[in-house]
Design a protein around this ligand. Sequence first.
Ligand code: ZDP
Length: 272
Amino acid sequence: MKINFTKMHGLGNDFILLDCTKKELPGIQKIVKKLSDRRFGVGFDQALILRKSKKADFRMDIYNNDGGRVEMCGNGIRCLASYIWAKRLSTKKRLEIETLAGIIRPEKAGSLVRVDMGEPVLEGALIPTGTTGPVVDYLLEALDRVFPVTCVSMGNPHCVIFVDGVDGFPVEKYGPVLENHEFFPKRTNVEFIEVINRKKLKMRVWERGAGETLACGTGATASAVAASIKGLAGRKVSVVLKGGTLEIEWAADNHAYMTGPAETVFTGTAEV
Ligand code: ZDP
């Protein structure tokens, strides 16, 4: 079977977009796994499936490159919106996209995309974590260290850890241990954050089901919220990732807004 795809990225967090608005693809999870390999396939951090929706303008289904389903993808939704506009599938400047994390709203912001990411979830049981109430500086053991962690869900779970000198931090050592820690029943994404100042954070991310990536939109949003809760930053911050910078605002309406770029790299046809 031949399938058409579009390769996209948001700050180097890369995606394959499969457009199922006109025709469904049978056995999509298998296709995703096959194409995810960077040598034997196309290669991507996540696959984004664009579908029709009864509740919103469109629906976005997301898979990590290990084949697991994901509730939400911040960099991905900017790419999905930019695809919809480029293909003229909608003329709306502000789209409503159904995801497993509810309706998420991307809108045009000049050459960038600004996304209403909804309200951060701070209740431990809902994130989910192994405790109830806000999870701020909760002590978690990983290998030879104990980290104070602050947890936030943006539809998907995030565990935020503040460190000094994030460039030299052994992300690949502690990331997978925390991702699979028994404290997180659905596993977790892990963000390592260096506070540069009250308006600027530097971040590296270990993603659930994908490993270290160059950027994570939900992770940058969760980290901005965590920094604000801990009094380390204001409600508006720039988050500097390996792949570039995202602007995050945790606004007065309790919604978090993320602004950043979305790029198309190439289109192709794969034999699966
Ligand atoms: O929650 C997860 O399992 C993540 N790996 C999903 C991907 C999130 C993403 N990096 C983002 O930008 O939010 C795409």
